[in-house]
Design a protein around this ligand. Structure first.
Ligand SMILES: Nc1ncnc2c1ncn2[C@@H]1O[C@H](COP(=O)(O)OP(=O)(O)OP(=O)(O)O)[C@@H](O)[C@H]1O
Ligand SMILES: Cc1ncc(CO)c(N)n1
Ligand SMILES: [Mg+2]
Length: 511
């Protein structure tokens, strides 16, 4: 037993039980299917996943190069370890390579009861390689399927379970579902991912009484390796959360479709069938886009847009941002106080493309939803906007979050809450922000002295008065943020270049 140590909570103090799926399946070294797909699907769907490994495959996007079956006794040992201690809600099975392993599994399931059993009767991989041979059919039919709450064969597996009947239409799928139901499982989902001549991906569910067709558009992609494992794990995940079988299938199918659509163009491996992205995050890190981590030096010349000014000078926000970046701005914030959300998002996408091209971070003022929708590099918030701590939870650890601060107390809180930088001002009086208190050079210096985060000065700064700001020599002061000095001018490019030169000269003077 664990002793309670001083200052450390005991294990018993934790009370939050979370939904839990145990997958009993094979490892896929390429990590598109098998155990790896199950772990990713459960994590993506918000469910804990433990793993009992039945076989280790050497596998990639070309096919299966080798299979090493885990000895029965060791499968039994893994099952006992997990089931006796961690009490999963649902068990999901994938590759079961020997009748002995099925026997061990069925015995364990009788000894340790779970809420539901999801059986994906894996036999042949999409590449055509055998993962569980015909000698498994009797074990599936006689031992495992009668215990299953739902079984999810693809067309070939459904056909094999029924002695080789041809399955070519949705009507064939229905009669197959009915015949498989007679073997004993409570529900049967025949998957039509491979249905020839179908523009939809149709799966048929039979619950012993009614048939339900689940249709989604067929995504044109090579990246569909592991869809079956993912679908079964996602069904298990929903059942673990407490869904009915019908809702679990509906949500799981929608999830697979969304993930396939997101991943249609990603490139991993040279074979016919690539993996897809369960977390829908990989594209944001594609090697094509040049996204670099935030550095305090990014704050040197911080351009903040203003749509009224750009309208006045007859240029689009994108063109204004492009000129600022080409003139030497080192970070850009889109600040659109009176734009409609749709227009704001379109402007953001256009500016993001320009900034990515130049390797300059691009932030959105206030609107976390817009930042997420266009995958901007981060946000800048004010004291009365979304709290930094909440913004951090929503945006994750690597987005940039900046916050406006006027006092050392606010700066300290920004640091504790997980901001990356603070904006301090107004340094000089300004008319871009109404009712804004001017903190002056003194106020700026006080904040800089106390701040543990890099600081950018803001408020009424331009060519005529940037020198005293930079020559304050305040610790943590990394640069200046400007609006009118760049955008309320005839040539954004020329003004940015001039300001950049002045900043560089003043920093040299200080050093
Ligand atoms: N191109 C696609 N677009 C949309 N959905 C698809 C596509 N391919 C498969 N699906 C869906 O994915 C799920 C898995 O079906 P599929 O028939 O591919 O299983 P499987 O052959 O067991 O997969 P695998 O063995 O590769 O893991 C089903 O819900 C199916 O409709
Ligand atoms: C290990 C493993 N399990 C299941 C499948 C089915 O896609 C696969 N290809 N590999
Ligand atoms: Mg499959």
């Amino acid at each position: 037993m664990l002793q309670e140590e001083e200052g450390k909570p005991s294990v018993a103090a934790a009370k939050l039980r979370v939904p839990h799926v145990l997958t009993v399946a094979g490892s896929d070294s390429g990590a598109g299917a098998g155990i790896q797909a199950d772990l990713k699907a459960c994590a993506a769907r918000g469910v804990y996943c433990s793993t009992v490994i039945t076989a280790v495959t050497a596998q990639n996007t070309v096919g299966v190069q080798g299979v090493n079956i885990v000895v029965e006794d060791f499968v039994r040992e893994q099952l006992k370890s997990v089931l006796s201690d961690m009490h999963p809600d649902v068990v999901k099975t994938g590759m079961l390579p020997s009748p002995g392993i099925v026997k061990v599994l069925c015995q364990s399931l009788k000894e340790f009861q779970v809420k539901a059993l999801v059986v994906d009767p894996v036999m042949v991989s999409t590449s055509g390689d055998v993962l569980a041979g015909p000698m498994m059919l009797a074990s599936f039919r006689e031992e495992l399927l009668p215990m299953a709450d739902i079984v999810t064969p693809n067309l070939r597996e459904a056909s094999a379970l029924l002695g080789g009947v041809a399955l070519e239409t949705v009507a064939d799928m229905r009669s197959a579902a009915k015949s498989i139901h007679d073997i004993g499982p409570r529900n049967v989902l025949v998957k039509g991912g491979d249905l020839p001549a179908s523009s939809d991906a149709v799966d048929v569910l039979f619950d012993g009484k009614d048939f339900y067709d689940f249709r989604s558009s067929r995504i044109k992609t090579f990246n569909s390796h592991g869809t079956g494992c993912t679908l079964a794990s996602s069904i298990a995940a929903e059942l673990a959360k407490g869904s009915s079988v019908f809702s679990a299938v509906k949500i799981a199918k929608r999830y697979v479709e969304t993930a396939l659509d997101y991943s249609r163009d990603i490139l991993i491996g040279g074979g016919q069938q690539g993996p897809f992205d369960h977390f829908m995050k990989l594209k944001g890190n594609s090697m094509k886009s040049s996204r670099r981590p935030f550095e305090p030096s990014n704050l040197l010349l911080y351009a903040v847009t203003d749509s009224r000014m750009n309208k006045k000078w007859g240029r689009s926000i994108r063109d204004a941002v492009k000129a600022a970046v080409e003139g030497g701005a080192t970070i850009v914030q889109l600040r659109e106080k009176d734009a409609d959300t749709g227009d704001f998002l379109e402007a953001a996408k256009a500016c993001l493309e320009v900034c990515r091209h130049h390797g300059v971070p691009f932030l959105i003022n206030d609107r976390i939803d817009v930042a997420l929708a266009c995958d901007a590099d981060g946000v800048h918030v004010g004291q009365s906007d979304m709290p930094v701590r909440v913004a951090r939870t929503i945006l994750g650890p690597d987005k940039i979050i900046g916050i406006s601060c006027k006092t050392p107390v606010q700066a300290e809180k920004a640091w504790i809450d997980g901001a990356d930088y603070i904006g301090c001002g107004g340094v000089y009086p300004t008319n871009t922000k109404e009712n804004n208190i001017t903190v002056g050079l003194d106020g700026l210096k006080k904040v800089c002295l106390e701040s543990k985060l890099p600081v950018v000065a803001i408020g009424g700064i331009g060519i005529s008065n940037v020198k005293p700001v930079m020559e304050l020599g305040a610790p943590n002061l990394e640069g200046v943020a400007v609006v009118s000095a760049l955008f309320d001018r005839e040539s954004v490019l020329v003004e940015t270049e001039k300001l950049r030169r002045m900043i560089m000269d003043s920093t040299k003077a200080v050093k």
